[in-house]
Ligand binder design. Structure first.
Ligand code: GAP
Length: 427
């Protein structure tokens, strides 16, 4: 299975999904850059999430808060004190390791003696302004969540939304992770897609809403092409939970490096709003209370990585990324059968220009058709359209399906309908 990760990493770099960050300067551990195909995959994923979590619901609105906030936010939220990993340091080579993950008593790098565990804060410090002292110190947000809480009152006052309701957000978060690794799985800069759902404080209702969101989120991942056997829930033991959580369950993915956290569903109770001294007044009952929060928090980068792993198949010499068509970077590729026949190129270009008004479409006129198919299979393009000599006679083209390699003739005028219908069928 390790081999599998090597294949994914290599494909990502070779075809422009993900590159090592700052690579020409030797890289920078825990930071990754998304290439032309990676950014499409991530954008499609975020679009789907937003559609499901905001547009298709009456009880959720979205926001986009600043990455850097008043540092007081992180004091109040408990992150400066409790957003920590226990670390041990080697007295000889000074490498640091997560204490809870280390099974051995000596340094895994040089066998040196280790210190007692010390707490290491994961927040990334930045200095705003010109003087580097505690007055100008701020933090890159360690979770995007606090931006929602500090805007709770603004959203209530500026919209007609009433409890129960949610605020959704997608954005970058930063953690000074001690052991970034498994490709993008644990990075120091990553994107989160989160919902904070505000409810009346009530034990039973809290459990019901928690369970509801668990199932909603699992259903969403299944709709992206993950199968049930690759996903599971895992409840956090009390000593594993983040400082804000009363209850936490992860959706995990069975990855090449074992069952791994995909998304967290957290019952945050009134921890955050009470700390920020924020309340809600029920307009009907005219009663004031501190709402509870049920949170769903997924990683965009983890989802992109797990989607790539889940979609990767080898079929003889062919590598196929069986990404759900709604997530695939290109929806289709258009080829003239022969690049040196202007009559074929002209029709193919016309089709390409027409399709790209609605879909992101690739163009390829290099090499032979077989090679072009293989190149598109490897990046997950669901359909390849070939313009050949029959096209000039009957206005039909060959549409080849990525997963089955089957080919059908489709009228040029019916192409958009064909793709839209197939996208609809695969929902
Ligand atoms: N607001 C709650 C929160 O941040 P979390 O469990 O710490 O909860 C939520 O993080 C999700 O963010 C994780 O399930 C994962 O998908 C993603 N995530 C967390 N740390 C990450 C990292 N270092 N690299 C990539 N993704 C990460």
């Amino acid at each position: 299975m390790e081999n599998m990760m090597e294949k994914i990493v290599s494909l990502c770099k070779r075809r422009g999904f993900i590159y090592p960050g700052s690579e020409i300067y030797g890289g920078f551990q825990g930071f990754w850059d998304y290439g032309p195909l990676g950014v499409e995959l991530k954008n499609n994923l975020k679009k789907e999430w937003w559609k499901t979590m905001v547009y298709n619901r009456d009880d959720v609105v979205g926001i986009d808060a600043a990455i850097i906030m008043n540092p007081q936010v992180w004091e109040t939220s408990g992150h400066t004190a409790a957003f920590v990993d226990p670390l041990v340091e080697c007295k000889k080579c000074h490498h640091r390791f997560k204490a809870d993950k280390l099974q051995v008593q000596s340094c895994p790098e040089c066998r040196g003696e280790l210190t007692e565990p010390k707490k290491f804060n994961l927040l990334t410090e930045v200095y705003i302004g010109t003087v580097e002292d505690s007055k100008t110190r701020a933090y890159l947000r360690g979770e995007i969540t606090q931006g929602v809480f500090v805007n709770f009152r603004n959203v209530v006052d500026s919209t007609r939304i009433k409890i129960p309701f949610g605020i959704a957000q997608i954005g970058k978060a930063f953690r000074n992770e001690i052991t970034p690794g498994n490709f993008t799985f644990r990075s120091r800069e990553f994107e989160q897609m989160e919902l904070e759902y505000f409810i009346k404080p009530d034990e039973k209702n809290g459990q019901v809403i928690f369970e509801y969101w668990k199932q909603e989120r699992m259903t969403w991942y299944l709709s992206l092409g993950f199968t049930k056997d690759k996903l599971r829930f895992r409840e956090h033991a009390p000593d594993e939970r983040a400082h804000y959580a009363r209850k936490a369950e992860d959706i995990e993915f069975n990855s090449p490096f074992g069952w791994s956290e995909f998304e967290g569903i957290h019952h945050r109770g009134d921890f955050d709003l009470a700390n920020h001294k924020l309340t809600y007044t029920d307009p009907e009952a005219n009663s004031e209370f501190t709402p509870w929060v049920i949170e769903t928090s997924g990683g965009v980068d983890r989802a992109a990585l797990f989607l790539l792993i889940n979609a990767y198949f080898e079929d003889g010499k062919r590598v196929v990324l069986k990404l759900h068509p709604k997530l695939a970077p290109y929806k289709a590729a258009v080829f003239p059968l022969l690049a040196n026949k202007p009559e074929l190129v002209k029709v193919a270009k016309r089709i390409y220009d027409d399709l790209r008004k609605d879909f992101y479409v690739a163009w390829d006129d290099r090499g032979n058709i077989g090679k072009r198919y293989f190149a598109q299979d490897e990046i997950g393009t669901p359909w390849c359209i070939t313009v050949d000599f029959d096209t000039l006679k009957d206005d039909t083209v060959t549409v080849r399906d990525r997963d089955t390699a089957k080919q059908v003739r489709v009228k040029i005028s019916e192409l958009k309908k064909y793709f839209n219908q197939t996208l609809e069928d695969k929902k």
